[in-house]
Design a protein around this ligand. Structure first.
Ligand code: SGN
Ligand code: CA
Length: 519
């Protein structure tokens, strides 16, 4: 049956529902996710920083479709977030609470549900849930080992494991295009998951992008020199750019003018695995900039600011190849005409600090890491240029894809399909606040376990652990940078009580009994 575009625009789901289980009209799904890509570094979100390092291809998705301005994760860490996107469940429910846990590939995941409903499915890039996606239900897959390496990564396939010469982002794009063009069963609709390693630590751009942002000065966040007053857990973290980044491994600083030898490099493997030719080219591209740094002999505040600039130049440099890869996939969809019946999503496994509070990494419930970008296009069903302010969370991805495919969901799903939001109108019963629970402590960067709730205006957080029980409360309207913990402010008694009530309700609703009871 055919439905005129105008009707489909008003009622996006009518199309899917009417299409029925076997209709060829079921849309294809292209889910592109990068690792640690801050929304601040996507130009469609409009930050000053992103204007100096635009992402024109990622922005195409927002131009063709919609951008979500209030998109969140429930636990800002790679493994838990990936388990959530596959299952539609929060960390305590799917059980993968921190990196290093093992995902059970037999549990319900949406790609298998789509495969069983007749979709061709594949996944390429970073998996990071256990050794491989064997048993998940993908027709094809090729994944990076664990965290993945930027250069000449180990690639695991159903046929085994090998080192492949090349740059991880380009390999992931290439594998994806090969499958789209020649690998899939063309009689079926398809769902492909393209998971980039970039811009994850240790932030190594492709050789063609190493110099892309050298010499560019990025705007320093207003709270770069945060003193963490009134925020106990923030005083305990180890993710400060000027204190905790490794000068060799992360910042690629050399020991002296004229030398290519890196300063402290905790994990030399990232560089050692490059070929001699790659290493020589890398060193040559970095030499002048490092020589200038060594000659300047910086210290204190100047060195801290220099480190922020070098961090941004490298981090944003890795995103350039991701953006090119997104462009290549969009080009292929358009040239083949597949774009008209394909949902394309771009997101990240969580947000990231780009110098806010002096930080890199994520984990905290504070805005920059709790948020994650989410852009989606589906021509004829999402009006181009739509901006959606309703709060969504990564538990919503699984039910959304099922909805698009007209497949029934698993009872275990805790999220809600976002398709009703795609018109730009928010249903009155849509959630107003978002639940969060981070577990990994002890762990990298020493961020303490905490749970909390983020509402439209306020955020309530509780950090907990053997020697810590610290509550925080923020008025996001008055204090968007979350510098002023108002938990002891008598003027806040009423909203604090209301948010505590919501926290209790949300924990009950999601069945989270982990961590201390709220009261
Ligand atoms: C690695 C990183 C950490 C990062 C974790 C988790 N160190 O251990 O900085 O917090 O991954 O990241 S690295 O120098 O070895 O890359 S996550 O995205 O996988 O959750
Ligand atoms: Ca990540």
């Amino acid at each position: 049956m055919t439905i005129r575009i105008s009707l489909a625009l008003a009622l996006p789901l009518a199309f899917v529902a009417a299409a029925g289980a076997q209709s060829p009209a079921r849309p294809n799904i292209v889910f592109i996710m990068s690792d640690d890509h801050a929304y601040q570094a996507i130009s469609a979100y409009g930050s000053e920083l992103s204007k100096l390092a635009p992402t024109p291809n990622i922005d195409r998705i927002a131009k063709n479709g919609a951008i979500f301005t209030q998109s969140f994760v429930g636990n800002s860490l790679c493994g838990p977030s990936r388990a959530t996107l596959l299952t539609g469940r929060h960390s305590h429910a799917h059980g993968f609470r921190q990196n290093g846990n093992q995902f059970d590939n037999r549990v319900w995941v949406w790609p298998r549900a789509l495969s069983q409903a007749g979709y061709a499915t594949a996944m390429f890039g970073k998996w990071h849930l256990n050794y491989s996606p064997e048993g998940i239900g993908f027709d094809d897959w090729k994944v990076l080992d664990d965290q993945g390496e930027y250069y000449n990564p180990d690639i695991i396939t159903p046929r085994g494991r090998s080192i492949v010469e090349g740059y991880a982002t380009d390999l992931t794009t290439q594998y994806s295009l090969d499958w789209l063009k020649n690998g899939r069963d063309k009689s079926k609709p398809f769902a492909i998951l393209i998971h980039h390693k970039a811009p994850h630590r240790n932030f190594m751009p492709a050789l063609r992008h190493v110099q892309k942002y050298q010499g560019v000065t990025f705007p320093l966040p207003a709270n770069y020199f945060d003193d963490y007053a009134g925020r106990k857990a923030a005083t305990m973290q180890e993710m400060n750019i000027y204190r905790d980044m490794y000068e060799g491994h992360d910042l690629k600083m050399t020991v002296a003018k004229g030398s290519a030898q890196l300063r402290y490099n905790r994990w030399p493997g990232a560089f050692d695995r490059m070929t001699h030719a790659q290493q020589a080219e890398w060193d040559a591209l970095m030499q002048a900039d490092n020589d200038r740094m060594n000659a300047a002999n910086l210290s204190g505040r100047d060195l801290a600011i220099w480190k922020y600039q070098r961090y941004m130049q490298q981090y944003l440099g890795t995103i350039a190849a991701v953006d090119e890869g997104v462009g290549a996939v969009l080009d292929y969809l358009e040239e083949s005409g597949l774009d008209r019946n394909t949902v394309v999503v771009y997101t990240s496994d969580q947000g990231f600090y780009l110098g806010e509070h002096g930080w890199f990494d994520k984990r905290f419930i504070y805005e920059e890491s709790m948020r994650t970008p989410f852009l989606i296009q589906y021509p004829g069903h999402i009006r181009s240029g739509t901006r959606i302010a309703a709060p969504i969370q990564n538990i919503d991805y699984a039910p959304t894809f099922l909805d698009f495919a007209g497949v029934k969901g698993a009872k275990t799903i805790q999220g809600r399909s976002m398709t009703p939001l795609l018109t730009g109108r928010t249903p009155p019963d849509w959630r107003k606040d978002v639940y969060y629970h981070y577990y990994e402590f002890p762990g990298f960067h020493a961020v303490r376990a905490h749970y909390g709730v983020r509402g439209e205006r306020y955020k309530l957080v509780r950090f907990y652990g053997e020697d810590l029980d610290a509550w925080e409360f923020y008025d996001l309207k008055a204090d968007p940078n979350e510098m002023n913990n108002r938990i002891d402010d008598p003027a806040m008694t009423v909203p604090i009580a209301a948010m505590k009530k919501r926290l209790v309700e949300l924990r009950r609703e999601y069945g989270d009994t982990s961590g201390p009871a709220v009261r």
